[in-house]
Ligand binder design. Structure first.
Ligand SMILES: [Zn+2]
Length: 416
């Protein structure tokens, strides 16, 4: 496969202008965006993306989950397409770049190929996955998940928002429910460009993060039972303080995560204390321990050590404990050929780069189950995302899209 010439670049100004144009749809209250999935604003954003794609000569596909596919033909009718994309939906107080950069980066690749009159053997398809964010309809990455057979379509259609409106009904209402069977498409590869949503690239002054793995996740819900008692009149030796036991367990969670530095992390984000009264020693606590690592063996080790340590703590204190695994997914290892295409592209283009682990879930994590997949990231200011103040520079966006462009075009094979 011939790599694109070193001087081939996307049009960074045009990419930036398109990002700013899209950001006018569903403006937030503080300079960002509120373009939640299956709202009228989502429909408007989709229509603009479709218009741009059609203006670039693409034919549009739409499946029954509302996933959008803008196809630029290749020269070989038998060749599997190279897919590239992300999501146009945002958080209620979201930024202008999370997801959008990956979708419009795909469009920019097609526009650049048109400008330069470059033909590829494989078609290239710019993609918008429906409901990546999962705010209005849980879970996140819902439609790429149906595409990759992680969920059934009927189950997805039955998801309800806070007002009880079903996903399937709202998709139809906004006019973006297609006829095409979900997951029927076969891919040569899938590439996703995304902002980092973390602080590493900016801190290390790298232009590009080549994502090798996605973090795996384990949620264990822990219930510790002691005895409610008066905080003033119960002598210290007679207390069954479930809150204290939890505090000791959480110290262990922190210690266990640190023991697998730098990539493992652990914390309890959800904590309920009962009865949660100022003058009652807590008789019961329920909390969820969130453990993550790109290595499945590390996750398993952390889960086991958590159980042993927590059992020791409560036994010594004379309390009871129960564990329930309430969620999780395995770590993702992206396709080595696709990862190498991105790394080589960054090298060829002269951008500083580093391998990186994605701490957040992305559509690429699901698509990786059904097609060779990789992700590339650009920095974002202070690592801030899911916030209207989310910011990137025009140069960062262009560098990320350049690397995406080279990897996609190399995989799609330039026809000389
Ligand atoms: Zn995103």
């Amino acid at each position: 496969m011939a790599a694109p010439a070193q001087n081939l670049r996307i049009n960074g100004d045009r990419l930036w202008d398109s990002l700013m144009e899209m950001a006018k749809i569903g403006p937030g209250v503080a300079g960002g965006n509120n373009r939640q999935t299956l709202t009228d604003e989502d429909a408007e954003g989709r229509a603009l993306f479709q218009k741009w794609c059609q203006d670039a000569g693409c034919t549009m596909g739409l499946d029954q989950m509302g996933n959008m596919f803008a196809r630029r033909e290749g020269t070989d009718p038998e060749a599997l397409p190279v897919y590239v994309g992300s999501h146009l939906d945002t958080q209620p107080t979201g930024g202008k770049y999370d997801g959008v950069l990956g979708v419009l980066g795909g469009l920019e690749i097609i526009r650049t190929l048109n400008d330069l009159g470059i033909k590829t053997r494989h078609p290239i398809v710019a993609t918008n996955w429906t409901n990546e964010e999962g705010t209005r309809y849980a879970p996140a990455m819902l439609s790429s998940g149906v595409f990759a057979e992680m969920h059934t379509q009927d189950w997805a259609y039955d998801r309800e928002d806070a007002e009880g409106k079903k996903f399937g009904d709202e998709l139809k209402r906004i006019g973006w429910r297609g006829e095409e069977e979900v997951g029927a498409r076969k891919m040569r590869a899938f590439f996703e460009l995304h902002i980092e949503q973390g602080p590493i690239l900016e801190a290390e002054e790298k232009d590009i993060g080549v994502v090798t793995h996605g973090q795996g996740l384990s949620w264990t819900q822990v219930t510790i039972t002691g005895k409610d008692a008066h905080t003033g009149s119960t002598p210290m030796p007679m207390r069954k303080n479930a809150g204290l036991a939890m505090a000791r367990v959480l110290e262990k969670v922190d210690e266990i995560a640190w023991s697998h530095a730098p990539h493992a992390v652990g914390a309890a984000g959800h904590i309920d204390v009962f009865p949660n009264s100022r003058n009652v020693i807590p008789g019961k606590v329920v909390f969820t321990v969130d453990l993550r690592s790109p290595d499945l063996a590390v996750i398993t080790d952390m889960e086991n050590r958590l159980r042993v340590a927590a059992e020791d703590i409560v036994e010594e204190m004379g309390l009871q404990i129960e564990f329930e695994k309430v969620g999780g997914f395995d770590p993702v290892a992206f396709d080595e050929t696709c990862v190498a295409a991105l790394r080589n592209a960054a090298e060829r283009l002269g951008y500083s780069h580093t391998d990186i682990i994605s701490g957040a879930g992305h559509d690429a994590c699901w698509i990786n189950r059904v097609a060779p997949t990789a992700m590339v990231m650009c920095p974002c200011v202070d690592g801030l995302s899911h916030n209207e103040a989310e910011e990137i520079s025009k140069d960062w966006a262009a560098a990320g899209a350049d690397v995406l462009f080279h990897a996609v075009v190399e995989t799609a094979e330039i026809v000389e």
